[in-house]
Design a protein around this ligand. Structure first.
Ligand code: A2P
Length: 340
């Protein structure tokens, strides 16, 4: 880390991801000179703790970014769409966790373990996008395999925690679960169906092609981050009654012959990956293992016996940490160290 201390802003500081961003900045000892906590007008009057100090929450406005070097955004797509260019205009570099800018060809989409070189492209618009949570953990595990064996096709099904939707969804799962075990009536406001004791094959809005927007994010973002538009990707994304930690069943077909042992050895030496793969002793990655730490956990590594060059994997990570806040802070660390 360079000695330069950074004037930071966190937009959406009161949210689930914003809170975790603040915790990550503290944990990772980010070189902070000053920090602004930005949220909606509703939160003005609240204070958030950073390194022992109580920082008042300010309303996010057009003038919030004057004198700010880096702003970490997690306040929804509409807010990013409107305010990221305003911040960039003031010379602030935005690292945006929403989907608003991810597929813009002039905005780098970055997972530091995979394509840190892409960060250099921030100069075009002053914005760097943080990928979708399910995509981040998948490419952390698949990038080393792609580099060595060449991935032709990916078939992924996700089992995604409610925290990915935000605080209101965490409350909805909690309230519904409590109501049901007490034989009380429950409401569903965040999701179109009950999430407690259920699985919803529906994340984000449906598109004309029958896929959800979340599924198409996985297709398009994976290709952009791996810098290879020839990879076939097909996804089914499912919301499950888990609070923290996304799990994924991933099937890949490679160009070169590949074995489960080679995959395990390769991933053991790969940055950001942890292997939990001893099924005889009931060891495989669980959402409860992933929650609260930053590794992408991989297990159930086995040959797909239905095709010549195929592997199945089970990939789990903390969606709020590596899937959002940690990845954003890692990008900001590279900016602080190498670009500012
Ligand atoms: P607030 O708490 O004031 O509503 P989550 O994803 O957990 O629901 O969090 C969303 C975050 O984005 C919160 O910090 C929320 O602030 C913030 N936010 C939502 N809408 C706006 C807006 N229009 N302007 C600024 N911040 C917003």
């Amino acid at each position: 880390m360079s000695e330069k201390k950074i004037n930071l802003a966190v937009a959406g500081a009161t949210g689930a991801v914003g809170n975790q961003m603040i915790a990550c900045l503290e944990e990772r000892n980010f070189p902070v000179k000053s920090i602004k906590m930005l949220a909606s007008r509703r939160s003005v009057g609240r204070e958030l703790r950073f390194r022992g100090d109580l920082i008042p929450v300010e309303e996010l406005t057009e003038t919030s970014f004057k004198g700010v070097d880096i702003a970490l955004f997690s306040a929804g797509g509409g807010t990013s769409q409107k305010f990221a260019p305003i911040a960039a205009e003031d010379g602030c570099i935005v690292v945006d966790n929403s989907s608003a800018w991810r597929m813009d060809p002039d905005v780098p989409l970055v997972v530091p373990e995979v394509n840190p070189h892409a960060i250099a492209g921030y100069t075009v618009k002053g914005i760097i996008a943080n990928p979708n949570c399910s995509t981040i953990q998948m490419v952390v595990a698949l990038n080393p395999i792609h580099k060595k064996f060449g991935i032709k096709r990916i078939v992924v099904s996700t089992y995604q925690a409610v925290s990915g939707t935000g605080k209101k969804a965490i409350d909805e799962l909690f309230d519904q679960t409590r109501a049901m075990i007490n034989f009380l009536d429950y409401k569903n406001a965040v999701y179109p169906h009950r999430i407690a004791f259920n699985c919803l094959p529906h994340i984000d809005v449906f598109q004309d092609n029958g896929y959800t927007k979340e599924e198409m994010k996985m297709v398009n973002e994976t290709r952009k981050i791996l810098e290879d538009n020839t990879i076939g990707v097909t996804a089914t994304t499912v919301r499950v009654p888990v609070f923290f930690g996304h799990s994924e069943s991933v099937n890949i077909e490679t160009k070169e012959p590949i074995t489960a042992d080679e995959t395990r050895t390769l991933l053991k030496a790969s940055p950001g990956v942890g292997i939990l793969d001893d099924p005889q002793n009931n060891i495989y990655p669980l959402a409860t293992d992933a929650a609260g730490q930053d590794l992408t956990l991989v297990g159930r590594i086995r040959q797909d016996e239905s095709i010549p060059n195929g592997i199945n994997l089970w990939i789990v990570a903390d969606n709020i940490r590596k899937g959002a806040a940690t990845n954003t802070v890692q990008i900001a660390e590279v900016l602080a160290k190498e670009y500012l």
